[in-house]
Design a protein around this ligand. Sequence first.
Ligand SMILES: [Zn+2]
Length: 356
Amino acid sequence: MKALVYEEYTTDDDFSKILKIKDIPEPKPKSNEVIFKVKAAALNYDDIWGMRGKPLAIPLPHISGTDAAGEVIAIGSEVKNIKIGDRIVSHGNMSCRSCKLCTSGREYDCKKRKIWGFETGPLWGGYCEITHLPEENVVKIPENVTYDEAAAASMTLLTSWHMLVGRAKIQPGQLVLVMGGGSGIGTYGIQIAKLFGCTVIATGSPGKLEKLLELGADYAVDHRSDFWDKEVREIAKKIPKPFGEKPGLDVIFEHIGGSHWNKELSLLKYGTTIVTTGATTGYNSKTDLRHIFFKGIDILGSTQGTRAELEQGLYWMSKGKIKSIIDSTYSLEQAAEAHNKMLRGKDLFGKILMKP
Ligand SMILES: [Zn+2]
């Protein structure tokens, strides 16, 4: 079967030099595994870290791909809840499921956790025609959700859901600022906050503002402007709160970092929350601690989420309340181009898919 393979790391981010289409043997199921024909897979930034071999020297030869959706074509002897013909999507967080963290519902913090298609291998990920996963690491795709939508959602919808629902515990009537609303997690963040009855201010680059409003954001602000924070503050002032509270932001959904961080903290009112994952423009942000202790701000870190949270998100997708925004779709043969597009990030809106 066909697979997208690399046998060495890139030294110059020219992915076309290392990515090759290879013919490799089809997998056979272990007793707890399902084998599925990949219909769609979504790109994530860990693909690029993998190809660089930094910050982690991942196993070589390597097949990337953490988010894959497809049809089950074989199952192992001990598989209980999945049958041949089922439509499934990966839950790429491979945790041990028996440690204290896993059994207390924090599988994303498991010390033995590996991310499928990133840390696994050799030759074990989603960018191929047929792949395999333990039964625990797949979720059935509900009705009305396509393979494309499910692949795009997997890690990304999960991450956004966990940030807002699992960590920040958003409530109806709150005012949520979604930074980088046009990114994969941003597009889900806007929709999840709206699903929970929040008012949403989303930020993005100038070309994306109209799309953010179409997606459900109540206000859209250009975060490349030097005065983006002032604009957010002015909008927030005008939005009345339930129960006569003072107007202002309740929650910031943050994944940008860099120079935006301190401005974000300054925008929060007393006793509110910022939840952060990733840091796409820099992780070494300075913090004015006065914003934190004077105002009693909760800073919450977040990474991925639980399989149950993925199922919750997909349920609302099947009900038409959340949709996956697909930026573009490539073939495996076009993988270098697809990853270049993700690396540049320019004009991206939503997720990039690849299909075998
Ligand atoms: Zn564990």
